[in-house]
Design a protein around this ligand. Structure first.
Ligand SMILES: Nc1ncnc2c1ncn2[C@@H]1O[C@H](COP(=O)(O)OP(=O)(O)O)[C@@H](O)[C@H]1O
Ligand SMILES: [Mg+2]
Length: 499
């Protein structure tokens, strides 16, 4: 540096901020970014208040987190308050040291923050675009204290922080009415309910988030614990990145919802088709519903289409992997490192196939022996325990089970005991490890079964359907044709009962 000629070329404050206003935040994502800071500051309650007053409308986000002292607040108000390359506390939701400013200016011309750290005086600082705009040199004059008349909007009790947005020129545009504001509020509520769904609520350890006095209820994209779901997998670790966790879900067919309203509620803010694919979380905060992450087959990326709308995959990444995952400033996109893509592809493929079959074959899981028109239940069922763990059991509705038990006599108790042993010892982790590096979904030994064995099994089931269940031979054949693993062998099914 010593013999290098340099010039000082600071950006003009007004112009730089003016251009940062167009980063692409919405009101909802901007508010969420401010709430991230509250959560990182250990807040237990966060209060979002939106006040309608025409062109004098304002928005305030109040938290009871650790707060900042005067020096801390001054630093927080600077653009680039912290180095994005530095390691963060693992529970920190921030990254670039920009969010507070960029999110605020995307919506408002004036940003005032008042904060108090336990044992300190409160501090209050403000950026005002009307002031910065007129600065010609490289100065960045930050103003001490609230806008005249705004003092009472910034009162705080105890420790915590108040972020106040005034002059909402990007929201209250010409012609904007209070009705439009209601719509904005609705969008904000749905967005917050989604992105913070694993963090908010009334249980201990959760954050109490309110929007205009109303508690924001979490929206769970995965309907965890819903017994009609076709798939609710265990949580898996990726090989080579054990901190990355994946959990697969296939939501129930429309007909399995109790009401149309329930089905609509499960769709999510952007509707069923948009809400499919990977949900990427960082510290349990949803960054983005990312669709299929540009994964695909045969050189084509999977689109978000109707047929796969029931597939939703939860992906948890640690904040130590931000750069590897290309987290952007808006925290709205992320993309997986190349080395993890094959594993993600395999998991996505499995989930998508299952989702597609649920979508296409409604009632596949409904046991409806009386009519014999529906496929029979799959032999394995995933059951969500109240503890949160998933257990796998054999379906007691399955025709083969029923027909064996009908004929078992005194052995029935022993057979039941054997099944329970099998169910209780499914080596789920082991299967996962053994198959995680394969490209194809794990093979069933049934697929390899020599035809005679498969035929024998098929004949036993066919027999049971016709003799114990009273189906016609044609009905029994039709039913087998929809039952795994026989559905892959129409050639064998056609020959049943013809002798
Ligand atoms: N509500 C808050 N409570 C306590 N500290 C805060 C709050 N909001 C912001 N800060 C401080 O300001 C810094 C800058 O915030 P921000 O511009 O959002 O960037 P980042 O969140 O990426 O660090 C944060 O790292 C934090 O130290
Ligand atoms: Mg932040």
């Amino acid at each position: 540096m010593t013999n290098m000629k340099t010039r000082n070329a600071p950006p003009r404050a007004g112009m730089l901020i003016e251009s940062l206003r167009g980063l692409g935040y919405t009101t909802a994502t901007a508010i969420a970014d401010i709430i991230d800071n509250s959560i990182s500051a250990g807040a237990r309650t966060v209060d979002v208040h939106v006040e309608w007053a025409g062109s004098n409308s304002w928005i305030r986000i109040t938290d009871d987190g650790c707060g900042m002292d005067d020096a801390g607040l001054e630093k927080a108000m600077q653009l680039g308050a912290s180095d994005p390359r530095h390691a963060r506390r693992t529970d920190d939701l921030g990254r670039f040291g920009m969010g507070l400013k960029t999110a605020s200016f995307s919506q408002a011309r004036a940003l005032t923050v008042r904060s108090r750290k336990a044992g300190c005086e409160s501090a209050c600082l403000r950026w005002d675009l009307d002031v910065l705009e007129d600065i010609l040199g490289g100065d960045w004059p930050m103003i001490e204290g609230p806008r005249p008349g705004s003092e009472e909007r910034l009162s705080i009790e105890g420790a915590g922080t108040v972020v106040l947005w005034e002059d909402l020129d990007r929201i209250v545009t010409p012609g904007f009415t209070s009705d439009d504001l209601f719509e904005v509020l609705d969008t904000v509520e749905r967005h917050l309910a989604m992105v913070f769904h694993r963090l908010i609520g009334t249980a201990s350890g959760q954050i109490d988030l309110k929007l205009n006095g109303k508690r924001v209820k979490p929206w769970d994209p995965f309907l965890m614990g819903n017994l009609s779901k076709r798939l609710e997998s265990l949580e898996y670790s990726l090989i080579g990145a054990p901190e990355v966790r994946v959990q697969l879900n296939v939501l129930p067919h429309k007909d399995k919802f109790e009401s149309a309203a329930d089905f609509d509620a499960a769709a999510g803010p952007d509707g069923w088709t948009s809400q499919q694919g990977f949900y990427i979380y960082r510290n349990r905060r949803l960054l983005a519903v990312s669709g299929w992450l540009r994964l695909g087959e045969r050189g084509r990326q999977w689109p978000r289409d109707e047929a796969h709308r029931l597939a939703r995959i939860r992906l948890d990444i640690p904040n130590t992997m931000d750069s590897e995952w290309n987290i952007n400033v808006l925290k709205s996109t992320a993309s997986p490192p190349v080395r993890l893509r094959p594993q993600l592809l395999r998991l996505a493929k499995e989930t998508r196939e299952m989702a597609r079959s649920v979508y296409a074959f409604r009632g596949r899981l409904i046991s409806d022996g009386a009519h014999g028109k529906e496929g029979m239940p799959d032999i394995w069922e995933a059951i969500k325990r109240s503890s949160g763990a998933t257990a796998y059991r054999l379906s007691r509705q399955h025709d083969l089970y029923r027909s064996v038990m009908d004929r078992a006599g005194p052995l029935a108790k022993d057979i039941e005991a054997l099944l329970r042993l099998v169910e209780g010892t499914v080596p789920v982790q082991r299967i996962w490890l053994d198959t995680a590096e394969d490209d194809e979904p794990p093979e069933s030994i049934l697929d390899e079964e020599a035809d005679p064995a498969l035929v024998e099994m098929m004949e036993a089931m066919f027999d049971a359907l016709v003799h114990s269940r009273g189906l016609s031979e044609a009905e029994a054949r039709e039913r087998l044709a929809r039952t795994r693993p026989f559905d892959k062998r129409p050639d064998l099914i056609a020959g049943l009962g013809e002798k």
